[in-house]
Design a protein around this ligand. Structure first.
Ligand code: CO8
Length: 254
């Protein structure tokens, strides 16, 4: 299977994630592919709404931990590394995401960058970065806290626990929950509905709603700098190694 399936129809540009060997883990190359697809759909006059979904049993297992284990602090700073896609959050066109199974870490941040979140009943959302002695670097502390509020965000970010679809709906992270069997059809019908409205108006509504998020850009920069500090810490190396060794980590708190 190719890593991405891209189709355009009825004004909807669909991106189906299918990096099967690592449950859609966001390697740099995979992120580049997704970013290029978003950029192409943003530029295409045939696309008025972007729809993202997964072809696998999970939505996305987050940043690619194996790839990251070789990265130094200097590398991370030099490439402004965030363990997630970079262009999606700035898309002008509305983005609908259909989530099945787990959206973890960078996978959850990818969801948080989208505009309307349709969850199948199997969907679960988590930020397990802390279990690796890491923290989110692509908006997880910023967009999540703005959506679900400080106390729910802290519960998720400081424990790494997963929220199920109903809990995520109640918390405001998800727009609608549907049976898994209806996930694809519901998300596509919704994307087509929006695509049938005037595109400049839909884009201006999105722009206007986004403008309520004052201070986000500054928060994202500060988060990224804090995230990069993890690469200097022993516990982070231990967290990544423990994941790859399939054993619990032994943190030394430094
Ligand atoms: N990166 C790389 N490979 C992965 C990842 C990942 N995030 N997740 C799964 N894989 C690989 C597994 O190693 C496995 O490979 P192999 O067959 O060669 O051993 C394959 O995908 C299938 O995975 P599992 O056998 O574990 O499948 P399960 O169905 O049993 O479990 C889970 C699925 C629950 C998703 C499980 O794989 C898991 O917990 N994955 C890790 C999730 C995670 O912690 N993600 C967050 C990463 S941190 C992040 O995204 C934010 C950025 C911070 C970056 C700094 C730290 C890296």
């Amino acid at each position: 299977m190719a890593n991405l399936q891209l189709t355009i129809g009825d004004g909807v540009g669909q991106i189906v994630l299918g990096r099967a060997e690592a449950l859609n883990a966001l390697s740099r190359a995979f992120c580049d592919e997704i970013d290029a697809a978003v950029a192409a759909f943003e530029a295409s006059p045939e696309v008025r709404v972007i729809l993202i979904s997964s072809a696998l049993k999970h939505f996305c297992a987050g940043a690619d931990i194996r790839e990251m284990s070789a990265m130094t602090h200097k590398d991370a700073v030099a490439e402004a590394f965030v363990g997630c896609v970079k262009t999606l959050a700035d898309a002008r066109k509305p983005v609908v995401v259909a989530v099945n199974g787990l959206a973890a870490g960078g996978g959850c941040e990818l969801v948080e960058m989208c505009d309307i979140v349709i969850a199948g009943e199997s969907a679960r959302f988590c930020h397990p970065e802390i279990t690796l002695a890491a923290m989110p670097g692509a908006g997880g502390t910023q967009r999540l806290a703005r959506v679900v509020g400080k106390h729910v965000a802290m519960d998720l970010l400081l424990t790494g626990r997963a929220m199920n679809a109903q809990e995520a709906l109640a918390a405001g992270l998800v727009s609608r929950v549907v049976p898994d069997a209806e996930l694809a059809s519901t998300a596509l019908a919704l994307a087509r509905q929006i695509a049938a409205f005037s595109s400049p108006v839909a884009c201006r509504i999105k722009e206007s709603v986004r403008s309520t998020q004052t201070g986000l850009a500054e928060g994202l920069l500060a988060e990224r700098e804090r995230f990069h500090r993890c690469f200097l810490e022993d516990d982070f190396r231990e967290g990544l190694q423990a994941f790859m060794d399939k054993r619990p980590p032994a943190f030394r708190h430094r």
